[in-house]
Design a protein around this ligand. Structure first.
Ligand SMILES: Nc1nc2c(c(=O)[nH]1)N[C@H]1C(S)=C(S)[C@@H](COP(=O)(O)OP(=O)(O)OC[C@H]3O[C@@H](n4cnc5c(N)ncnc54)[C@H](O)[C@@H]3O)O[C@H]1N2
Ligand code: MOO
Length: 409
């Protein structure tokens, strides 16, 4: 039986793995200003240029001293001066004295302790210490990062924290993989562009916009193509043109079994269909293959099915093709606030939300409307509950929960 026969439903894992093989890994790289590199994937590992911190410095506003100088009954020291952040790290602490020091300022040579000013009685020339813990409140040179160490590995996605880490090393530019160009095409005679009045029988095109937001947010370069009417030749012409201009084509709609679902035939005419129909609900009719040499992913038309298959199946494969080393979503195991009594043949993805129980523990609720045609439940949700094929759930059982924050970020 061929992979595209009606009978075969592929597992989600098979679909992701086959889609990874269909998508070519990006090899092109570019040097980007750090300010433009958010969500890009590092093309080369980056090593630390400098120690962080570069010198011992104070973690508190307070007074630097030698702990040994405070031997009972001595509990105060004369004040020798003041050091602020930005001062040169070359001052020395005179014997038997203390210096006022501000957070981030270099610890003067000889000092081994900083006492926070809240623990001091302060007068202009003499500081009395109410407590002192030897060695405290000093951030040591290189304690976070040592020059030469691996800072970030090739394949890392640059989130806000990685951008900050690169900034801590003074990198103004980074080498990243050039974002894959994704061409988005919606299919269906019924679709109407936003801003136009709806004619009888028309609905607004949702998927172009939800998918564009999703893939742009993941760092890809997205281009919208005009909608494809339900006509084989039109589908062939649109796909052929888009395939010459993009690295990956993603369509929505037209992949089911209806006589107006022409996309699979159009793809077969131009290239090949690699896989059709996955054991996922919503989203069973998902298909992919290639148009000439350009990979094509055919998401189902129902808006929640398009979004969920894009997140669960297309996302990991596309991030892998983009060069990312960590592409899998994280599944948490949280007690269910619901029963799922009827086992299903397909793996379920249910719009879900975390909530606090009366005992203060988290549990996960599902929305009462899970239709693949409805997006409001996805907007209500902060993630998806994952239920394996043939599984049932009783209230308080642990169920898989995949947060939108991890999927979209
Ligand atoms: N006889 C069968 N019929 C259907 C099956 C099946 O197995 N046998 N599968 C159903 C499932 S499951 C899904 S999901 C849908 C997917 O069908 P298509 O991918 O062919 O999508 P369309 O038929 O073109 O559209 C489905 C639905 O979604 C609306 N739509 C499409 N594109 C958009 C868009 N860009 N924005 C907003 N809404 C869109 C469209 O109007 C339809 O209502 O097939 C089932 N049928
Ligand atoms: O896959 Mo469909 O999304 O179940 O309606």
């Amino acid at each position: 039986m061929s992979v595209c026969d009606q009978g075969a439903l592929h597992s989600i894992e098979q679909a992701i793995s086959a889609l990874k093989s269909t998508l070519k890994r990006q090899t092109a790289t570019q040097s980007l200003a750090l300010s433009a590199a958010h969500q890009h994937i590092l093309a080369r590992s980056v090593y630390a240029q400098v120690d962080v911190p570069q010198w011992d410095n104070s973690a508190m506003d307070g007074y630097a001293l030698r702990a040994n100088d405070l031997q009972p009954p001595v509990n105060s020291l004369p004040l020798a001066g003041r050091i602020a952040a930005g001062d040169k790290p070359e001052q020395s602490l005179p014997a038997g004295q203390c210096m006022h020091i501000l957070t981030g300022a270099p610890v003067p040579l000889g000092a081994d302790t900083v006492v926070a000013q809240e623990n001091c009685n302060i007068s202009p020339k003499q500081i009395q210490f109410n407590s002192c813990k030897a060695g405290s409140n000093i951030r040591r040179r290189g304690e976070e990062i040592e020059q030469g160490q691996l800072l970030l590995e090739a394949g890392t996605r640059l989130r806000a924290q990685e951008i900050g880490l690169l900034a801590s090393q003074g990198f103004a530019e980074v080498e990243v993989y050039t974002p894959l160009r994704i061409g988005l095409i919606s299919s269906g005679n019924e679709l109407c562009e936003l801003g136009q009045p709806l004619k009888p029988g028309q609905i607004y095109d949702i998927n172009s916009h939800s998918l564009s937001a999703l893939f742009t947010g993941l760092g890809f370069t997205v281009t919208h193509y005009p909608k494809m009417p339900d006509d084989l030749q039109h589908n062939i012409d649109s796909l052929a043109q888009a395939s010459r201009e993009q690295d990956v084509l993603i369509s929505s709609g037209g992949v089911s079994v209806g006589e107006e679902d022409h996309l699979k035939n159009a793809v077969s005419a131009l290239g090949q269909l690699n896989l059709w129909r996955v054991a996922i609900q919503p989203g069973k009719p998902l298909a992919f293959g290639s148009v000439s040499d350009t990979p094509w992913i055919g998401l189902p038309g129902n808006p929640a099915a398009a979004l969920i298959t894009a997140l669960i199946i297309a996302r990991p494969a596309l991030l892998h093709a983009q060069g990312a080393s960590n592409c899998d979503h994280q599944t948490l195991h949280i007690p269910a606030a619901f029963d799922w009594e009827k086992p299903r043949a397909r793996q379920q993805y249910l719009h879900a939300r975390l909530a606090l129980q009366d005992n203060g523990q988290l549990h996960v609720e599902i929305h009462p409307k899970q239709s693949s045609a409805m997006l409001s439940a996805a907007s209500w949700a902060d993630g998806l509950v994952e239920i394996k094929p043939q599984e049932t759930v009783e209230k308080d059982d642990l169920v898989g929960f995949v947060g939108y924050a991890g999927l979209l970020g």
